[in-house]
Design a protein around this ligand. Structure first.
Ligand SMILES: NC(=O)c1ccc[n+]([C@@H]2O[C@H](COP(=O)([O-])OP(=O)(O)OC[C@H]3O[C@@H](n4cnc5c(N)ncnc54)[C@H](O)[C@@H]3O)[C@@H](O)[C@H]2O)c1
Length: 263
């Protein structure tokens, strides 16, 4: 490899990407049709999953709402998989019980592996599909009293990124991936959340951003989008400054603290 050619390739890609982003500010992004697609949504009984199911239904998708095992045999080949189901226990690490930690990892990340491994083979054969990972802002930024939850969501973000890379390496450009990372949403998932960073999100605005992201094949969907600035600051600012900024955000929610787990 010629280092100069490598450098020129990176530079050309960088300029192209910025130009493309600039043009997209003025030209509306092309939205794909999801009519007729078989969409499996986990955790579709409430909150984000339920509202997302309604949005796909409006667009004439065929829907499977996850509830039981052995789903693949019963429903056939899913072309859009929305791994949305999630659980949380808000407590300090020592107050969180073993089974609660295991459950968070089972539902928030391991289940993504199992469902994706079940439906990916057909998507690969057809070089067509979309795998949606519902992660969280907690998959990029940490919060006290959510150690296991944050860890599982960091894993979900890592899963999405690594899968995206692997599909690209395998040349499966027809299989798209999206990762949703919202801050607190008003679903009751976390009890009494508040933060100085802004208001608690409503389900509708999250699902609107999610659907827009899916239809335009966005890889990372931050709600709100200013989280990108936070990620940049995290790389630029000294740790002490970041600690002060973190305190100023004043993130609060109900949590069990100081009740040492007996398991
Ligand atoms: N609400 C928030 O503040 C928030 C913020 C960021 C990310 N998220 C993520 O968004 C996703 C949806 O959260 P929500 O706020 O809609 O929660 P929710 O509790 O309102 O809905 C989640 C649904 O998933 C179901 N579910 C849980 N475990 C399941 C399992 N093993 N199999 C099938 N269904 C299961 C629940 O019964 C529930 O109906 C989760 O992954 C969550 O981590 C939520």
């Amino acid at each position: 490899m010629n280092p100069l050619l490598d450098f020129l390739l990176v530079l050309a890609t960088l300029i192209y990407s910025y130009l493309e982003a600039f043009v997209k500010l003025f030209v509306p992004a092309k939205r794909k049709s999801v009519a007729g697609e078989l969409v499996l949504i986990t955790g579709a009984g409430h909150g984000v999953g339920r509202a997302t199911a309604f949005e796909f239904a409006k667009r004439q998708s065929r829907l499977v709402l996850w509830d039981i095992n052995k789903v693949k045999k019963e429903i056939g080949d899913v072309s859009i998989l929305v791994n949305n189901a999630g659980v949380i226990t808000t407590a300090d690490l020592l107050s969180t019980q073993d089974h609660q930690i295991e459950r968070m990892f089972e539902v928030n990340i391991l289940a993504h592996m199992w469902t994706t491994r079940a439906f990916l083979p057909t998507m690969m054969n057809n070089n067509h599909g979309h795998i949606v990972t519902v992660a969280s802002a907690a998959g990029h930024f940490v919060t006290s009293f959510m150690v296991a939850y944050c860890s599982s969501k960091f894993a979900a973000v890592g899963f999405h990124k690594a899968l995206t890379e692997e599909l690209s390496t395998l040349g499966k450009d027809g299989i798209k991936t999206s990762c949703l990372c919202p801050v607190f949403i008003n679903t009751g998932f976390v009890k009494n959340p508040s933060t100085r960073l802004g208001k608690i999100l409503e389900v509708d605005e999250v699902v609107e951003a999610l659907m827009e992201g899916i239809l335009t094949n966005q890889k990372m969907i931050f709600v709100p989008s200013f989280q990108r600035v936070g990620l940049l600051l995290e790389r630029l600012f000294p740790e002490r400054t970041l600690a002060v900024l973190n305190k100023l955000t004043n993130v609060k929610f109900d949590a069990v603290i100081g009740q040492r787990s007996t398991q």
